[in-house]
Write a protein that binds this ligand. Structure first.
Ligand code: ATP
Ligand code: MG
Length: 173
């Protein structure tokens, strides 16, 4: 049995993440998903809480055969200790999937095998592009699983993003 690890901020979780996780699930029966920068929320680049991101991910992966463990992981500002920090919060894993150069480097130095999955339509499938579309009232629904649309509707997420992205000069007396 192989238990693999995959990490992101998932602000929000999108079809690129879903595609990669479905690929990983073909090779591994258990996947640990780290929800990074777990302490951040209510910021233009990090609008959603760790709990909201856990909901998006678990609901989107409900029908998969593999077992998923979704674990919030707060930042520690010491890269040299980061892999050990992750390990202190997660079930044991043998393999890391990541295309993020820093994540690849830190786990390789620790002696863990790392595989880098190919990007899925990265130009449109990125958190940055989805948040931009939410702010501009453009179509973002096609870039995320239906479960994510549902969660963001439940928490009034687009309105939250718009409100926290305004500055106080725009508020009239
Ligand atoms: P942001 O633009 O907010 O940084 P993001 O789309 O890069 O969002 P992250 O949560 O930062 O999403 O990414 C988590 C992991 O998913 C990263 O390792 C990233 O390389 C990977 N990833 C992001 N977009 C895609 C995609 N379209 N296809 C495959 N992997 C992706
Ligand atoms: Mg990113």
């Amino acid at each position: 049995m192989t238990r693999a690890f995959y990490i992101g901020r998932f602000q929000p979780y999108h079809n690129g993440h879903q595609y990669v996780l479905e690929q990983i699930a073909e090779h591994c029966n258990e996947i640990v998903i780290g929800v990074g920068s777990a302490q951040l929320s209510h910021e233009p680049t990090n609008p959603f809480t760790a709990g909201e991101r856990v909901l998006m991910i678990t609901r989107s992966l409900e029908r998969q055969k593999a077992r998923f463990y979704v674990i919030p992981i707060e930042d520690i500002k010491r890269n040299a200790l980061w892999a050990a920090h992750v390990r202190s919060m997660t079930p044991p894993f043998d393999l890391v999937y990541s295309s993020n150069p820093l994540v690849v480097r830190l786990f390789s130095e620790e002696g863990t095998s790392v595989r880098s999955p190919a990007m899925y339509e990265r130009h449109t499938h990125s958190g940055t592009e989805i948040r931009r579309r939410m702010l501009k009232d453009e179509n973002w629904h096609d870039l995320v699983p239906d479960a994510v649309v549902q969660v963001i509707r439940e928490i009034d997420g687009v309105e939250r993003l718009r409100q926290i992205s305004r500055n106080d000069c725009e508020v009239d007396s």
